[in-house]
Design a protein around this ligand. Structure first.
Ligand SMILES: Cc1cc2nc3c(=O)[nH]c(=O)nc-3n(C[C@H](O)[C@H](O)[C@H](O)COP(=O)(O)O)c2cc1C
Length: 184
């Protein structure tokens, strides 16, 4: 069974996009589609980037743990809120601190916003960054508008049947990419 890691990017106290990360965790687990872990950037609490892991003399255990998990997982779902048309600093921080670990990694992107556009502008900058760093971004995307009305704190989607249908297609493409990647 594939191992999928979900990066929950927001570190705000009252974050809503984390509820979407919980939804994907529950969906993959309950449908027995993958082994899942959530890489929660709020828990990692990384300091502001000042050097790549490769060039750090005494990397923290948290950073070594994150690097190992990114490197060894089969595929990643990044859940990011949109902040001022881009991604939060916490996510850019976590991407830039690694390098080789991202290479060739199948990654699907979920963008989240409080407004009606579902974070589509954040998608553009995140796609570009991941492309530059050599990840393999999956083309299917998942946008969540008005997140505060769409998911509860346990990750339950208010419109479960429609959300599950969209998720089914979205997740399948990531799992196909993981499979193709394993075949080389
Ligand atoms: C600093 C900041 C900037 C934001 N910029 C945008 C934006 O450009 N477009 C948008 O639709 N929502 C924007 N939002 C609202 C977020 O999308 C909203 O907080 C949503 O709940 C998802 O983020 P969260 O995980 O931080 O809760 C912004 C929120 C913050 C805190």
């Amino acid at each position: 069974m594939a191992h999928i890691s979900i990066i929950s990017s927001c570190i705000r106290p009252d974050r809503k996009s984390h509820n979407v990360a919980l939804y994907f965790n529950n969906y993959l687990t309950n449908h027995d589609l993958a082994k899942v872990d959530i890489l929660d950037l709020k828990e990692y609490n990384f300091p502001l980037f000042d050097n790549t892991l490769k060039n750090q003399k005494n990397p923290s255990p948290q950073l070594l743990d994150f690097a190992k998990k990114v490197k060894t997982t089969d595929g990643i779902i990044i859940v990011t809120p949109e902040y001022n048309g881009g991604i939060p600093a916490s996510l850019k921080n976590a991407i830039d601190v690694l390098y080789d670990e991202w290479h060739g990694k199948p990654i699907s992107i979920v963008t989240v916003s409080g407004g009606i556009f579902g974070g589509t502008q954040a998608l553009v900058s995140l796609q570009f960054t991941l492309w530059k760093i050599g990840a393999w971004t999956v083309t299917n995307m998942f946008h969540v508008a008005k997140v505060q009305e769409a998911y509860d704190v346990s990750g339950l989607a208010m419109d479960k049947s429609t959300t599950d249908k969209l998720t089914d297609v979205f997740v399948k493409e990531l799992l196909d990419a993981v499979e193709a990647n394993k075949k080389g």
